[in-house]
Design a protein around this ligand. Structure first.
Ligand code: AMP
Ligand code: MG
Length: 417
């Protein structure tokens, strides 16, 4: 990583946009090396390490898409009913056998191979069978109701490119092409620290002036949805030396470290200086609300992201910085968080020059788009603003106000968490 001065991002300096920060993160960290062969059943959410080409066409052979009758389209008499002699039957799994004689039709079931010579299938509902003869109405198109070999994927075609994150459809496609295992990228090892002398671990008694550590658990839960191996590294005290040492030690066994808290300008904020002492600090003030202070750097060769301490800010900055960085390490093709349109039913004013994530509930009325109703309180520390809402409304940098009826972009929690 290039040694970057943090002067330009220092207190009172220009704020860094979310996009600038995310691209700094991506640009400075290469994907991890190495791949592993993983069974399809364990591949969900993981990332393909290499392009997957089709070893054979999909479907592998010309077959019927319906239960019906296979015949030669040229046998149909234009504009009137055609009678064909019915001969033979093919079910799914049976070999195609002999060439279809002109003037005959063959009973065929869905998924059965088309006999040589046949090119069209009439659905059984559309045909009339009478005394061993089949009566076909006119008007059916050549090739109707059948699936050519390679209709989905041709032999040799790139089916899934390297960098693809595997969901149910991708896993299904890989299976359909005959792969039992896939070459996947390594799961980055990501360590998560909380910082703060005020923090107590849930399950332990709460001392005077203490509050329970929630960020570690939110962040580990967010990481659980990514193809990574997350480690809980506990709580760091507000001491520069201890913070520095812990980051260095953890760096040796992790591909990325995440901290929350201690990243602002207070005299007990030691994460930023610990990252700086370890090498290079890349940025630390973001034009985003909630979530302004955030730091990124490299300690002992391992990227470290210092997220803000306030619980909502930690989650918002995770989505914009930690998530893309983790996926970058996985070799995933970069993808934007999904945004959808909604209609605001609230009035809101904000400062220009920074992006805000307002918590909203989504409801569905007569309007085709959902209505976004703002959670009444905005604090960056209010976890209930997330548990009692459905989505972030994303208010861009140049927007200074929202009025009822305005279209806003929303990021539903269900699609980003
Ligand atoms: P800091 O940036 O360390 O000053 O933290 C900002 C606010 O977030 C303070 O009120 C902290 O107590 C709170 N905070 C920091 N870390 C956590 C955490 N892990 N869980 C819950 N609250 C936290
Ligand atoms: Mg703190």
């Amino acid at each position: 990583m290039a040694q970057l001065s943090d002067d330009c991002f220092a207190h009172g300096g220009a704020l860094l946009s979310v996009e600038e920060a995310a691209s700094l993160v991506i640009a400075r960290v290469p994907p991890l090396e190495g791949e592993e062969s993983i069974a399809l059943s364990a591949a969900r959410g993981r990332v393909l390490a290499r392009d997957l080409h089709a070893p054979q066409p999909l479907p592998p052979f010309f077959n019927s898409a319906v239960d019906g009758y296979a015949f030669r389209h040229a046998d149909l008499i234009p504009g009137q009913e055609t009678a064909l002699r019915l001969e033979g039957r093919l079910a799914a799994g049976q070999a195609a056998g002999a060439t279809l004689t002109p003037g005959t039709a063959l009973r065929i079931l869905t998924g059965a191979p088309m006999p040589p010579g046949a090119d069209t299938v009439m659905m059984q509902e559309d045909a009339r069978l009478e005394g061993g003869s089949l009566y076909l109405p006119p008007g059916l198109k050549h090739g109707a109701n059948c699936r050519p070999a390679g209709e989905d994927v041709a032999q040799g075609e790139l089916a899934l490119p390297a960098g693809t994150r595997l969901g149910p459809a991708e896993i299904g496609l890989a299976a359909a092409l005959g792969f039992a295992t896939l070459p996947l990228t390594r799961r980055p090892r990501i360590g998560v620290f909380s910082t703060g002398d005020e923090l107590a671990a849930p399950g332990t008694p709460l001392g005077a002036a203490q509050t329970y550590d929630s960020n570690r658990f939110s962040l580990l839960a967010l990481l659980a949805a990514l193809p990574v191996e997350a480690t809980d590294l506990g709580i760091l005290p507000d001491r520069a030396e201890a913070t520095h040492r812990a980051l260095h030690e953890a760096a040796a066994s992790h591909d990325m470290l995440l901290t929350s808290g201690g990243v602002s300008t207070g005299e007990e904020d030691h994460v930023r200086s610990a990252i700086q002492a370890g090498g290079s600090l890349v940025f630390w003030k973001l034009a985003i609300k909630p979530g302004r202070p955030a730091a990124m750097g490299v300690v002992g060769g391992t990227p470290v992201l210092g997220l803000p301490g306030n619980p909502v800010a930690a989650i918002v900055t995770f989505l914009h910085l930690a998530r893309p960085l983790a996926l970058r390490l996985c070799g995933a093709t970069p993808a934007r968080l999904p945004r959808f349109a909604a209609i605001a039913d609230f009035t809101y004013r904000k400062k220009a020059g920074r992006r805000e994530y307002v918590r909203v509930s989504l409801s569905h009325g007569d309007n085709p788009l959902p209505t976004a109703t703002k959670y009444p309180r905005e604090g960056a520390g209010l976890l209930t603003s997330l548990t009692r809402s459905d989505a972030f409304a994303e208010l861009p940098e140049d927007v200074v106000s929202v009025a009822p009826g305005d279209t806003v972009a929303v990021l539903p929690f269900a699609s980003v968490f």
